[in-house]
Design a binder for this molecule. Structure first.
Ligand SMILES: [Zn+2]
Length: 430
């Protein structure tokens, strides 16, 4: 839309030129306008990005589509990814056409269950979510194919399809059973996030009161068994202490399937610089998240204040979704939404992680379908090229982009496979 872009640019330029006092609010406005204008721009960088994504798969670390089926109690006909999912209520940001438009070549589909599901109920829910993911992949055989290894990902991408991997979100999914780790691996799970938002009996989660201050001896056994199998250890959601403790134990590189830089946005979910440096030594990868509350401080403050209010309302009204929703709407009237962030802010996280950990330790883990209100220019799964084009504008090379898009994660998968192959003869831990 060139006319729209020209209008935006000229408005931004006029304000820029005419204002003598350049306030922070105005700076924010101008940067938003610039971001909107760049996001719309069909420039040479976008053409380069598209070429790169034909050569190397863009592998996203976290997408919650499988949970959408459960949450909406929807069949595959009701949530048909071959259709236009913007028409659903509420709309979704993922469908086949937009995955294609975004150049997605590999996707870790998240097998997520709430932390209220524990032990047998948790394992049942996990099996059901793995089942949904397999059936979703089978439903669109021309687009998806299950990937179990790095070689699978490369082969499936070469065939013009989207390599579909399974990642389990939350250590509560294994019900304190190493057998469950082994069996979910056999069902295709290739990463386990050690916690979600509540502590497990063996690892601490951001959002809970620290209990173990790292990993318990059983938590160390879980990590060692994952190494032995070749299941990636995912440190998104765990506390900084648990990140550090895990990095001491693991023999394979770790991933952060959807996390950003703590230095730029002080949400404890994000990765602090000392851990980024250890990730460099470990050979792992931080897959940068698009969630605004992990991206800029003003969004984080808003998200945390809203969460406090939601918890207060839940204490008052229990499970009554209507009352809680009405209460939050009232709260919002008194607490206006902060100015949105954009793909430019997400690119800043890439810059920071690159500076501290290096280009070999960067990836993408948008967390689509897991949050609402995405950054400008990253509204849905068709928008990844906007971010990569921005990195080209910042001087990243084509090889740098290939690494971020997928080569780094493929290297981590291969290394985890190598560690597993070396330890197959070791007896199972328990
Ligand atoms: Zn998450």
């Amino acid at each position: 839309m060139p006319r729209f872009r020209m209008v935006i640019q000229s408005v931004a330029a006029t304000i820029h030129a005419s204002m003598k006092l350049f306030s922070p609010a105005l700076a924010l406005f101008v940067s938003m306008m610039t971001a909107m204008s760049a996001a719309e721009k069909p420039d040479a960088q976008l053409a380069t990005v598209r070429k790169i994504l034909r050569e190397v798969p863009l592998i996203d670390g976290h997408n919650d589509v499988p949970w959408q089926y459960r949450k909406r109690k929807a069949s595959f006909d009701e949530v048909d990814l071959a259709g236009d999912t913007t028409k659903l209520h509420p709309p979704m940001v993922t469908d086949l056409a937009r995955l294609r438009a975004g150049g997605v070549g590999g996707q870790f589909w998240s097998v997520y269950i709430p932390t209220s599901y524990t032990n047998a109920a948790g394992i049942q829910a996990v099996l059901e979510q793995i089942d949904v993911t397999h059936r979703m992949i089978a439903r669109y055989p021309e687009t998806f194919e299950l990937a179990l290894t790095a070689d699978d990902v490369v082969r499936i991408h070469r065939q013009g399809k989207i390599a579909s991997l399974i990642g389990m979100e939350g250590g509560h999914s294994i019900g304190n059973s190493l057998a469950a780790v082994r069996m979910t691996y056999r069902l295709g799970a290739r990463y386990l996030t050690l916690t979600h938002t509540a502590n497990t009996d063996w690892a601490d989660a951001v959002g809970d009161t620290p209990r173990h201050h790292g990993l318990t001896p059983f938590g160390e056994e879980v990590v060692r068994e994952m190494n032995r199998l070749g299941m990636l250890v995912d440190l998104s959601h765990v506390t900084h202490e648990t990140m550090r403790a895990t990095l001491k134990v693991t023999r394979a590189p770790v991933i952060f399937s959807h996390s950003s830089a703590y230095e730029l946005c002080r949400h404890e979910r994000n990765v602090p610089d000392d851990v980024l440096r250890t990730v460099k030594t470990n050979g792992g990868v931080v897959m940068v998240c698009f969630l605004p509350g992990y991206t800029v401080e003003r969004e984080r403050a808003d998200m945390m204040a809203r969460d406090v209010e939601r918890k207060r309302l839940e204490g008052q009204f229990g499970e009554d979704v209507k009352e809680v929703g009405a209460g939050l709407a009232e709260w919002r009237k008194l607490h206006p939404e902060p100015a949105p962030c954009s793909f430019v802010d997400v690119a800043d996280h890439m810059d920071h992680i690159r500076k501290v950990a290096g280009i070999d330790h960067l990836g993408i883990g948008a967390d689509y379908e897991g949050f609402h209100g995405p950054p400008i220019g990253l509204e849905d799964v068709s928008k990844y090229p906007n971010l990569l084009a921005e990195l080209l504008r910042r001087g990243y090379s084509e090889m740098d982009l290939k690494k971020i898009a997928g080569l780094n994660v493929l290297r981590v998968l291969r290394e985890a496979e190598r560690v597993a192959a070396q330890s197959q003869h070791a007896a199972p831990v328990k």
